[in-house]
Ligand binder design. Structure first.
Ligand code: XMP
Length: 511
């Protein structure tokens, strides 16, 4: 699998996702990693460019985010063909670690438009941009002394160092990734030229290469497909359907873990993707196991096992030699399949299927990339705009008590009511994902003057583009009030919690 050649190290900036977006708009894929995941990535995936994001800390603080020192070794050894760019905090960190000086010399933080003057010759990272230009700054600290061997390649109107360079290591104090820096994209593009990155993001050629690679492995054999009706599986189905035709069967397993009206949507999306669909009712099969499980990993592992058995049986019934799945790069990363710690065992990663070929045609892509493919292949908006929903579904959204049919029903009901409210208010459509979970641990409440002792509903929404990091959404008081009144109408529900915690440290799902 060919993974992105540009790594963005997330150091606590609100603009990190904008770096990734700017890269994609320039035609380059990228991956955002927390500092502790970088070393494995460098070793296993040999990137060409590393970008250190901005961040709100001071690099000399005890708790400041620290990229691994291997970045410095990698960057300094970098000949032509790989390069490092530090943005804002990233530049300060580079300067500080390479024996320059960083201080809070400004009386207050510089935030907003600023102007810089370019000092370097025309063929550097400012190539094709004017000598004097506007940029967007957001910082408290500044580089006050360059590290040995570095030169200032731009200064701000106050004379402060606005950009520095040594070989293929660059630092910019401003934010080239925001639109308020008019020549920001040109600067990023020039940097990628130094890293000798090749464009790797074009929907039509990606679709064709996915189809061809899968067909080379499949030949004339039949395949079944673990179909959830979500953006990933619908897109893979639509890409593969014209090549496989009647040799492809989409299989959806209903284990009692699906949301309200989910099967209606599954049928609609299978039709849009032009694949034949088989729905397997496995509620009682899952209930036998899940009704006794509380532990998150145990549930995930049980789900994976039964899912595998049912899918394998469906493949045999259909005479298939292969199983296709819509696994994403982020599923593989979270499951520890690309190096790094395993956060959760995703149901579709590492399924060993005896005698069957296992194909994951989009496992090198991230969610936002698959959405672009879905649009390019003309799937309806209900597919490409659909929020993700985890394979083990509501099993992961009953927390602290066993996922019995009754508890699953509370989670399903709460999810549907919350979604209705947010849709009516036009909020749902702007969320990356809504998570509504039933926390069964009882707490005390009072309803109609009587003591009640019941569970809680947790409502969580996030904004993200790659689901590797996410920002928690804060709802207004009015919205929270409407949701909590609606949900506490259910007798089993005593309180409603809203959870805007970021990822990291939280994950999007609770389990
Ligand atoms: P986390 O909770 O890991 O979620 O921050 C990131 C994204 O992945 C989804 N997710 C899963 N999807 N099988 C899936 O198909 C799984 O086992 C699984 N676990 C988490 C989650 O809903 C979010 O979109």
């Amino acid at each position: 699998m060919i993974l992105p050649k540009v790594v963005i190290i997330e150091l606590g900036s609100q603009y990190t996702l904008l770096i990734e977006r700017a890269l994609r708009e320039l035609g380059f894929r990228s991956v955002i990693l927390e500092p502790k995941r970088v070393v494995e990535w460098l070793l296993v995936n040999s990137p060409k460019a590393v970008i250190l994001s901005g961040g709100s800390a001071s690099c000399y603080d005890k708790d400041a985010p620290q990229p691994p020192h291997q970045i410095l070794v990698w960057g300094q050894a970098a000949k032509s063909g790989s390069a490092v760019l530090g943005i804002c905090y990233g530049m300060q960190w580079l300067a500080w670690r390479l024996r320059g000086k960083v201080k809070a010399v400004l009386k207050k933080k510089e935030y907003g438009e600023s102007s810089i003057r370019i000092l370097e010759k025309p063929n550097g990272i400012f190539s094709g941009t004017p000598e004097n230009q506007k940029v967007w700054m957001s910082h408290g600290d500044s580089v006050t002394k360059l590290p040995p061997g570095f030169k200032a390649v731009a200064r701000s109107s106050s004379g402060a160092i606005a950009a520095m360079q040594k070989g293929n290591i660059w630092g910019v104090q401003f934010h080239p990734e925001v639109t308020h820096t008019p020549f920001g994209k040109t600067i990023i593009q020039n940097f990628l030229r130094f890293a000798q990155c090749e464009k790797d993001w074009k929907p039509s050629s990606i679709i064709e290469s996915i189809r061809q690679a899968a067909m080379e492995q499949l030949g004339k054999n039949k395949a079944v497909f673990g179909f959830s009706g979500g953006v990933d599986s619908s897109t893979v189905a639509a890409i593969m359907a014209p090549a496989l035709k009647r040799n492809l069967l989409a299989v959806t397993i209903d284990g009692g873990h699906l949301r309200e009206k989910e099967l209606i949507e599954v049928r609609r999306h299978a039709k849009a993707a032009r694949v034949n669909l088989r729905i397997i009712d496995a509620k009682s099969r899952f209930n036998k196991v899940m009704a006794h499980s509380v532990d998150a990993e145990e549930k995930r592992k049980c789900f994976k096992k039964i899912y595998l058995l049912l899918l394998t049986k469906a493949a045999r019934d259909f005479g298939a030699k292969a199983i296709l799945q819509g696994t994403l790069a982020s599923d593989r990363i979270e499951s520890g399949a690309t190096g790094g710690a395993a956060i959760k065992s995703h149901h579709n990663v590492g399924l060993g299927m005896k005698g069957l070929l296992s194909l994951h045609p989009v496992s090198h892509l991230f969610k936002y990339e698959v959405r672009v493919l879905a649009k390019a292949i003309r799937l309806p908006k209900s597919v490409w705009a659909r929020q993700p929903f985890p394979g083990p579904g509501l099993f992961l959204r009953v927390v602290g008590v066993p996922a019995t049919l009754k508890n699953l029903d509370i989670a399903r009901w709460a999810d549907a009511r919350t979604r209705e409210i947010l849709e009516r208010r036009g909020i749902y459509q702007n969320l990356s994902q809504l998570v509504v979970a039933y926390i069964g641990i009882p707490t005390v409440g009072v309803k109609g003057d009587a003591r009640v002792y019941g569970g809680a509903i947790l409502v969580r929404a996030v904004e993200t583009s790659d689901f590797m990091t996410a920002k928690g959404v804060h709802f207004s008081e009015e919205v929270e009030e409407e949701i909590s009144s609606a949900l506490t109408r259910r007798p089993e529900v005593v309180r409603v919690w809203f959870d805007p915690t970021k990822k990291p440290p939280s994950t999007v799902e609770l389990e």
